[in-house]
Design a protein around this ligand. Structure first.
Ligand code: ZN
Length: 479
């Protein structure tokens, strides 16, 4: 039997579950009976702090499965993000109060931060009509927060909850609620339809949340400086399910591992924008793209989010200064920064946006990209040779997509900074794109990849692995 660490860890991957929870979390895995020896051993050797029902795992590598959860199974749409019926409590350090909520969506970003967006629920203090009850005897009752409570975050789209809160996933404590039909102590309650009844007394939950926040180790206490607005990719995908079911663009087929949402991980707005523009292109066959990348070395004083931005403009029906402007797309990247990488992703996203059987003329100012393009798309080039190219994740995707979508792609060189109107416009967009939050290719969904080498649980190594290791050893020896 093979047991995966994330079968034994809590939802965010930072804690070792109790044996009881392990059994509950893995109904199919056939974990039965009392706590086995090996599990006791694991408890002994891996737990730093056993306070309050959550058990910190010492071995930090365990948190990487959670991070790469966001990069895992493609087909079950967003199942990682939207656990059904997950109720949690957390402690708000700023306001010194507890926050109850029901999970809407969990977002794991590129840097390993996992945020959970929840519908805010508040206790109903006067639901139980009996007086003189101890806090533990009062029927625990929650109802949706009507908003304006000082905790809500902005969200986009027509989500029906009035109040949405966001917390670090690692700060949440799970609790159970009674099934909709079961109402505890019915005869003593003033009932309302929206009421939810936790199994555990609110007083106990509150104490748990508070002590958990006091004994928290390692885990940072604050939210990241920019919390992305909940843009509910799920809602968008549901609303467009008809188009995404049987599309003439492979990348718009929700059941394909090459569906746009399965290719990328990170900034969801960039994913939605790419889906949108691919929808606009569905009825066309011929395209002219001007692509550009923008790369600046790291500057701590700058306000930009990333070092790499890229952009393209589709100019078939456009004339300079025309109104409205031609269709365009821009995005930002984070790992292994280089100007070539930015340019390659511009080409990749253009290829993703067009329907199958299209013809593309792509104008780029990097000769390097044109050269590698011919190497990678040449059917005589071995996979070993391709794996030595920098950014081979993107290049392999480009090659696969051209074949699977039966595309004809012609690359042309334009002179950089030669007052070419479209090239300059792409350049401007790419520079602006560095303000955006980044995304990256999800390597687990790439057809034909058996394994992806990952550097320090941070990012896939998408370059010559032998050279990469060489550099590391050289640096080490030098030290
Ligand atoms: Zn609220």
């Amino acid at each position: 039997m093979i047991i995966l660490v994330n079968q034994l860890a809590s939802i965010d991957g930072s804690y070792l579950s109790t044996w009881k929870d392990v059994k509950k979390q893995n109904p199919k895995a056939n974990f039965k009976g009392p706590t086995p020896k090996w599990f006791q051993q694991l408890e002994k050797s891996n737990i730093i702090a056993a306070e309050c029902s959550r058990r910190l795992l010492q071995n930090l590598t365990v948190s990487s499965p959670a991070r790469y959860d966001s990069m895992s199974p493609p087909i079950q749409k967003a199942s990682n993000y939207c656990p059904k019926n997950e109720w949690t409590i957390s402690w708000d350090l700023v306001h010194q109060c507890e926050l109850y909520g029901k999970t809407i969506e969990q977002q794991n970003d590129l840097y390993g931060t996992s945020l959970t967006y929840r519908t805010h629920y508040i206790p109903v203090v006067d639901a139980d009509t009996r007086s003189n009850l101890t806090p533990k005897k009062v029927t625990p009752t929650l109802r949706p927060c009507p908003g304006q409570c000082g905790h809500s975050v902005p969200f986009s789209g027509n989500l029906h909850p009035k109040c949405i809160i966001v917390s670090l996933t690692s700060h949440l404590i799970l609790f159970n609620v009674h099934a909709k039909k079961f109402i505890p102590n019915k005869q003593f309650l003033k009932l309302e339809k929206s009421f939810i009844f936790p199994v555990t007394p609110l007083h106990t939950l509150r104490t748990q949340a508070f002590t958990f926040s006091k004994h928290r180790l390692i885990i940072p206490n604050v939210l990241p400086s920019t919390v992305p607005i909940l843009s509910t990719l799920d809602l968008y995908l549901n609303a467009n399910s008809e188009i995404f079911n049987n599309s003439i663009n492979l990348n718009l087929n929700i059941s394909s591992s090459l569906f746009i949402n399965n290719i990328f991980v990170g900034n969801r707005d960039l994913i939605i924008q790419l889906l949108e523009i691919a929808k606009q292109f569905l009825l066309r066959k011929n395209f002219i793209f001007y692509t550009d990348g923008s790369f600046f070395s790291l500057d701590v004083t700058s306000s930009t989010q990333t070092q790499m931005g890229f952009a393209w403009i589709e100019t078939t029906d456009a004339t300079p200064n025309s109104d409205p402007p031609p269709p365009s797309y821009k995005g930002a990247l984070s790992f292994n920064p280089s100007s070539t990488k930015a340019e390659v992703y511009a080409l990749l996203t253009a290829i993703i946006a067009v329907p199958d059987n299209s013809e593309l003329d792509v104008f780029t100012d990097l000769l390097n990209v044109i050269h590698t393009f011919h190497v990678v798309t040449n059917k005589l080039t071995s996979i070993r040779r391709i794996l030595k190219c920098n950014n081979h994740l993107a290049w392999r995707l480009i090659d696969i997509l051209i074949t699977k979508k039966s595309l004809i792609v012609r690359l042309h060189k334009v002179k950089a900074h030669s007052n070419d109107y479209w090239n300059d416009m792409a350049d401007g967009l790419a520079n602006a794109a560095r303000q955006l939050a980044p995304y990256e290719i999800n390597p687990t969904n790439l057809p034909g990849s058996l394994m992806t080498p990952i550097w320090a649980s941070i990012a896939p190594i998408d370059r010559d692995i032998r050279k990469f290791c060489h550099n590391l050893t050289d640096v080490y020896t030098f030290n």
